[in-house]
Design a protein around this ligand. Structure first.
Ligand code: ADP
Ligand code: MG
Length: 596
């Protein structure tokens, strides 16, 4: 990784030096173009985070640019305030608008969210053109230039430095953010709300914070835009502009931050070129420009989903961090604090009369059982018996149709899943839920989400470093525990499926759980790996962790557990110690003489 990092630092240094030298050698046209590129890159950077990383597409980002631009324009021209007050006002208004819009729309699923962004994008742009105080379609002019320590930034060359410093800082902020607790949650969004809830995070809140962050980037861009052009009118903030910003992010590569810069440069240079060339060919240059961009969009989606950065990456055959196998090593910090585990033998979980109906099908029918501290309890039964459904009920991943579940001293039936996770109930999934493009270390670190606090601002400003070290140290400790400690920086997607299940256990352990709920953890493991897993689970039991496990491999379960609950056709068949269960005729009948 050191090598890759050094290479990247080299590239960044080169870009910074080139950008710093440009105004000294380039003509004013180039400087203005680069100013536009910087402003576009700022908006696109927000989109890389929101759409590329977070998976939420916005066709309305230009509206946030507009809100900020109009906010500062109105405040500085009609109220005579300083542009710096304008900056605060612009960001406040953009942030609040994003918060309100986000709260209204971010719960929408599927295609409805992107569609809603078009709706509010259109309405906000329309608003600018119809409010008298904002100058209707003529807009607001005579916006003052920025003053900085008695130095005027009226000249595009001085504006250039401000814009690119802001872009640089925004990139740095985003980079820090992605390598942090909130960043991991953002990167986890594409894994679905259930994954995040299982580590105690609220996907809706994570998405909302991300949405506001991206809007604030657009807001910064809007403020810069207003004081650079000294004039605002509605059209640069309409849905067409939003699509252009999205095109920048897609063209550059939604997968990485640099994509925002590359994409903004590509789109704006191309646009300029087209504006020079097209009028020579036709009188309808504007329409042809739209066609050219549409074609570019389609070609990109067909041949370069990863954008220009993705192509570059493929050409240079840099297989990212996959090749790098190493541990997370850093000076030791104080470990994260541990939960007080309940005394051995006290009741940890009790399920009473649990029922789950899927339409006419009763997947779980009046099942009751208990799990006490320091026990390993197995839940077994033939395929389709309702074991996974039972797990989903007791982790509150699915709502119960009837019944009660008590976890420690809480009635948890009907509680949000993330809250149950925060109480100390950690789970793994039968169908693995990992983020394949995140490292093993990051996947496990996600598990410690509920034990830590840092938010977006703290992370972006790098004020979270002690906690971040604590988290990574804990993640490395859990990786060591499952025997994957030397592969911390590999990507989770590169592991065989069986090993991915084990990785989920490490993620669950990073939450410092009271009760660990494992759904078929040994599936897909080789004999030796199964033995290692058995040893790990026994060791956890010694440490006082309580374990509930669904497993198909009878040999494995029988040797491991203290007690068994057998389900068949959704009901509880028998319950008892392994030898008694093995001897029970009803159980043998249920399995039709198979492995039991
Ligand atoms: P097991 O884990 O014991 O193999 P499951 O709990 O996965 O069994 O499934 C129990 C029954 O419930 C099966 O008949 C399955 O088809 C049904 N089932 C599970 N989940 C759903 C769902 N989301 N919708 C409808 N039916 C489901
Ligand atoms: Mg199952």
């Amino acid at each position: 990784m050191m090598n890759g990092n050094r290479k990247r630092m080299g590239w960044i240094a080169l870009v910074v030096v080139v950008l710093a030298l440009v105004p000294a050698v380039a003509g004013s046209f180039t400087v203005s173009l680069l100013n536009d590129i910087g402003i576009g890159a700022l908006v696109a950077l927000g989109l890389v985070l929101l759409t590329g990383v977070g998976g939420a597409t916005s066709f309305g980002q230009a509206a946030f640019v507009g809100i900020a631009a109009y906010a500062t324009a109105w405040l500085t021209t009609t109220q005579g305030m300083s542009p710096w007050v304008g900056l605060l006002f612009a960001l406040l208004l953009t942030g609040l608008s994003a918060l309100a819009i986000g709260m209204l729309t971010l719960r929408l699923g599927g295609h409805f969210l992107p569609l809603s962004t078009i709706a509010w994008g259109l309405s906000i742009a329309m608003l600018f053109g119809n409010v008298d105080a904002l100058g209707r379609h003529t807009g607001l002019s005579n916006i003052p230039a920025l003053q900085f320590a008695g130095w005027s930034l009226a000249d595009p060359r001085s504006m250039y430095y401000l814009i690119w410093v802001v872009v640089g800082l925004a990139c740095l902020f985003s980079h820090n953010l992605l390598q942090s607790r909130p960043g991991r949650a953002i990167r986890g969004l594409r894994g679905g709300a259930t994954l995040l809830a299982s580590v105690g995070a609220d996907a809706y809140r994570v998405r909302l914070t991300l949405f506001v962050t991206a809007a604030l980037f657009a807001g910064l861009a809007g403020w810069l835009y207003a004081h650079m052009n000294r004039f605002v009118s509605p059209s640069p903030f309409d849905v067409r502009a939003s699509i252009e910003y999205l095109l920048m992010a897609v063209a550059g590569g939604l997968g990485q931050l640099a994509g925002a810069l590359v994409g903004a440069a590509l789109v704006l240079v191309l646009k300029n070129g087209l504006q020079d060339v097209l009028p020579m060919l036709t009188q309808r240059a504007g329409q042809l420009e739209a066609v050219a961009f549409a074609t570019l969009f389609i070609l990109l989606l067909h041949f370069a989903r990863g954008g220009l950065m993705g192509l570059l990456r493929r050409w240079t055959r840099r297989r990212a961090v996959t090749q790098d196998s190493s541990r997370y090593e850093a000076p030791a910090v104080e470990p994260l604090s541990h939960r007080q585990l309940p005394a051995r033998g006290t009741q940890v979980l009790s399920v009473k009369g649990a029922v789950k109906r899927f339409g006419g099908l009763v997947a779980v029918n009046d099942v009751s059982f208990e799990v006490n501290a320091g026990e390993i309890v197995g839940l077994i039964g033939p395929n389709g018996a309702g074991k996974s459904t039972m797990f989903n009920l007791l982790t509150c991943t699915l709502p119960m149709s009837a019944g009660q579940v008590r976890f420690l001293e809480h009635d948890i039936a009907g509680m949000p899943q993330r809250q149950v996770a925060r109480l100390g109930l950690a789970r793994t999934f039968q169908h693995v839920k990992l983020r394949p493009h995140m490292s093993l270390l990051d996947n496990v670190a996600l598990g410690a989400h509920s034990r830590t606090r840092s938010g977006v601002l703290k992370a972006g400003l790098r004020l979270d470093r002690t906690e971040e070290k604590q988290i990574l140290q804990e993640a490395q400790r859990q990786l060591d525990r499952i025997g994957l400690g030397d592969r911390a920086h590999e990507l989770a997607g590169s592991l065989p499926l069986g090993t991915q299940r084990i990785l989920e256990i490490a993620r669950a352990l990073a939450a410092d759980p009271v009760l660990l709920v494992l759904d078929e953890p040994a599936a897909g493991l080789r004999r030796k790996e199964k033995m290692a897993l058995g040893d790990l689970l026994r060791k956890l039991r010694e440490e006082g962790v309580t374990i509930l496990i669904v497993e198909h491999d009878m040999d494995f379960v029988m040797k491991l557990v203290d007690r068994l609950v057998v389900m068949n056709f959704g009901s509880k068949l028998v319950e008892g110690v392994p030898s008694a269960v093995r001897a029970d005729e009803r159980v043998q009948a249920a399995y039709l003489g198979s492995v039991v």
